[in-house]
Structures are given as structure tokens and as C-alpha cells.
Design a protein around this ligand. Sequence first.
Ligand SMILES: *Cc1c(COP(=O)(O)O)cnc(C)c1O
Length: 426
Amino acid sequence: MSNYKIETKCVQSGYTPKNGEPRSLPIYQSTTFKYDSSDQMGRLFDLEDSGYFYTRLQNPTNDAVAAKICDMEGGVAAMLTSSGQAASFYAIMNIAQQGDHIVCVSAIYGGTYNLYAHTIKKMGVDATFVDPDCTEEELNAAFQENTKAMFGETISNPSLAVLDFEKFAKVAHAHGVPFIVDNTFATPINCRPFEWGADIVTHSTTKYMDGHASAVGGAIVDSGNFDWEAYADKFPGLTTPDETYHGIVYTQRFGKGAYITKATSQLMRDLGSIQSPQNAFLLNLGLESLHLRMERHCENALAAAQYLQNHEKIAWVNCPSLPGDRYYDLAKKYMPNGTCGVITFGVKGGRDACVRMMDSLKMISIVTHVADAKSCVLHPASHTHRQMNDQELLEAGVQPDLIRFSVGIEHIDDIIADLKQALEQV
Ligand SMILES: *Cc1c(COP(=O)(O)O)cnc(C)c1O
């Protein structure tokens, strides 16, 4: 980890050209890499040497961008994945298998909920969902003998619950399991979960990190803090010989790099959810200005939330940075410089009024996306979460009249003018 401030890491980390080399990160648009001797290549396959041989496993462009994200989060190792969904999947399946169990906060992204509640269940991994505001006692009760991880989101999409890091970290560690946090909405600019007890961080880089709605991608970062060998019986995949690599033991051979090395050499090898080097290049461009954009996203979101809060046609507003919000205190504690650019609100008159308002917007567009430069809205009950029944919606913290508003980096006056004229149509 470098000692630079986060703003400098955004720009400089991950790639330092040598004399005469390109100043910008090159795109290694090559599936494969050449070696002089058969023996050299063989050593790579045995994980004896580190080096590139096939882009499904590793590529220099991807590795540079992963190293930047790793430095920004303050981790020891990281990898890019083809999407945030792949990152969420790998993060769990790297340490859980058939017959295992995870504990998960219920207020999470709809896609992650489906993945953990249904898809990995078919693979034999069960999940117990807990309320983000649960007591320590309730949280303790969710853990089982076979629990392998605790998962939550820094700021949940779309319900905007702020994770009480210290509560979840304490209980997860008391049960000898790592605490995995999806830090997509806050980004390492506003929150670094490792400083609050998280062991592994995941990202959908599709959102603020890319920041321009250009490339789908994900990342996994390991803090190196979780002591797998202290719970060797729970994590045999990391602490006992891997026969597919001549019996190497990841924790012994790779130390703090064990978790990411295993995810690369087993899951990426076998499942292949690699990010394309082209997309990694775009992601890196986004990262270079992330610190500037996050500041403006947060400033605009707070101003838009204050405008909506005082509007007679608005039923309610959620924005963790807004005084009076139920997560305001947690947000101030864990994210003193700002939360994110996403807010939610309900229009008086329920579902129909919401749809009417959204259809009247001119600059702010209706898209299935959040967290890029352009302001946009979405109605989760009719879009992203439409596969959920009412009970599941409420458990995920989504009211039927909830509009998710991703506040962009346009001028705030234009954003508010569009909201104003659209609300006049309601
Ligand atoms: C979008 C999102 C994901 C999924 O990421 P994709 O890149 O779309 O696969 C996961 N977590 C959060 C918080 C998200 O917003």
C-alpha cells in the first residue's frame, strides 16, 4: 500500500511506467503470452513462478487496475471480474461449498439477493438474511456451525441503509468467519471498510468507479487481515492441499495473498468471468477522476434531497447525509465526507404519481442504472426488483412507491429545475 492520499492513488496507483514506456496504461489486447522455454511455461502452470500465460486467468492491464483499487481500499491483493455479480459470486464460492451457509444483511442489491437466496442455494450453500438494524443477539442467532461468511453493503442499493460495520464485524469475528462488504455505493473515496473491520471488499465497478455507464465490471479486494489458519477446519480450500496444483496449500505458499490467488487460480480458471482488458482500461480512466466526481455527486444529491424534502408533493426522502435520516448518525460516523449520489423518495399519491412524475422528466432519464455522471431515475418495484413479491420487497427495504434517483454531476440548478417541472405535472 502506498502512503499517498486517496486522491493521488486514484490517479497514480497501479501503473508506473519505466523509462521510455507509455505514460497511459497500455491495453494488453492479447489472449496469450510467449515464453522461450517449455520449462518456463510449465512453472507458471504449477504456480511456481508468477507471470502471464492466458488472459482468462490474468492480464497485465487488468492487474494494474486491480492494484490501483487494492491500494485505494488499503488491501493486500485484488482481482477484477467481468461484473459486480461475478465478484459477489466468487467472493462467497471461494470459501463456501455444498453444505455450507452464509449470513447476509437483507438490505442489499436485488441481483445479489437473487444470487444468494436462490442461485447459490441450488449449489448447496444456504443463506440466512438479517435485518440491517438487528440486535447483536439476533445476529448471533443467525450463525450456524457451517457458516462461512457474513455479507453486507456499505450503503444498500436501493434502500440506502448504512452498514453498522462495528456490529457486524464483531459478531462475524466472534464466529470465526470473514466479514465481506460490497463497497460499490460509497467507493473507497467515502469509506474504506477495512478500517472498520471488514476482511474482504467487493465492487460493482460498473457504477461510480467507471462512472460513465460505459463498462460492466467488478472487483474483489482482500485486506489480508483474516487469519484462515486460525480456523483451518472451516476453510479447508485454503488450508489443505489443492490437488489441481500438485498439492500446494494456499495459506502456506501465498500467505496474505492466499484468498485472491485461490480465487484466480481455481474460480477464474474454471468459471472464466474475466474482465476484458478494454473494459479495464475504461475503468482506469474512470478511477482517475473518481475523487472529483464523488464530491460533486454527494453535493448535488444532498441539495436535491433538501429540495424534495421541502416539496409539498413529496411524501418522504431518504438520503443518509440528510440530517434526520434514520441512518444519519451511522453515515456521519463511517462516511464523514459524504455518502453517495443516490437518494430515494416517494411522491404523494403512490405508484401512479411516481410513474407520472418520472414520465414528465426531461433531462433526467429513466434507465436501469445508477451511479454515473448522468442523472437518472428508476422505480425498483416495476423494474429491478419486479421478480420479488411484496414481502420480499419490504424485507429488502423497498417501498412500492420508491423512486431511486441517481443524482449526476450536471449543474444542480438544472437538476432541480427538471424535478420542479416534472412535479408540476403530478
Ligand atoms: C450493480 C450492483 C451490483 C451488481 O453489479 P453488476 O456490475 O451489475 O454485475 C452489485 N452490488 C451493488 C451494490 C450494485 O449496485
